[in-house]
Write a protein that binds this ligand. Structure first.
Ligand SMILES: [Zn+2]
Length: 148
C-alpha cells in the first residue's frame, strides 16, 4: 500500500464511524471506539496504530499538523469530530482553556500527594499533570515517579 492509498483508507475508516447527524450544538459525534475519557479513536488500526478521532478529523480537514500541537475542542465535547469545533493549541493554551471551562478541579489523589511530599516536587507541576491525565490521554501522562 502506498501513502496515498493509506491516507484514503484512513479517511474511509474515519467516515464510516462518524454520525450523519449533528447535535443541536453542531457537534458531529464519533460512533466508533471511545477512550475512557470520552475521546473517539481508531485503536489497533492496521499495524496496531492508535489514532485519536479528533486529531484525525483535524488533519483530514486542515492537513498535516505538527505532532506537538494538542487538538482541542471549542465545544468541550470529547467525542466531537466536527473540524469547525477543533483548534490546534499548545500545551499552555490547552491548560488555560481547560481551567477556563472549569475542568481539572479534581483533587489530587492521595497516593500522588504523598509522593509529591516525598519527592519534594513542585506542587504546581503535579497539579498540571493531574489535570492533564484527565484531559488528553494520548499526549500527556503522569511522570514516572508519580505512578511508581
Ligand atoms: Zn463539537
Amino acid at each position: 500500500m502506498n501513502i496515498e492509498e493509506y491516507k484514503e483508507m484512513r479517511i474511509r475508516c474515519f467516515n464510516m464511524r462518524v454520525s450523519k447527524r449533528k447535535t443541536k450544538n453542531g457537534c458531529i459525534l464519533w460512533k466508533g471506539s471511545i477512550t475512557k475519557n470520552g475521546y473517539g479513536g481508531l485503536f489497533r488500526w492496521l499495524n496496531g496504530e492508535r489514532l485519536l478521532a479528533h486529531r484525525l478529523a483535524y488533519e483530514i480537514e486542515f492537513g498535516y499538523f505538527d505532532r506537538k500541537f494538542h487538538i482541542c475542542h471549542k465545544c468541550d465535547n470529547p467525542p466531537c469530530v466536527n473540524p469547525q469545533h477543533l483548534y490546534a493549541g499548545t500545551h499552555q493554551e490547552n491548560m488555560r482553556d481547560v481551567a477556563l471551562r472549569g475542568r481539572g478541579r479534581k483533587p489530587l489523589r492521595n497516593s500522588i500527594r504523598s509522593k509529591i511530599k516525598r519527592k519534594k516536587v513542585d506542587i504546581k507541576h503535579a497539579i498540571v499533570h493531574n489535570i492533564y491525565s484527565d484531559y488528553e490521554v494520548q499526549t500527556v501522562s503522569l511522570p514516572a515517579w508519580a505512578t511508581r
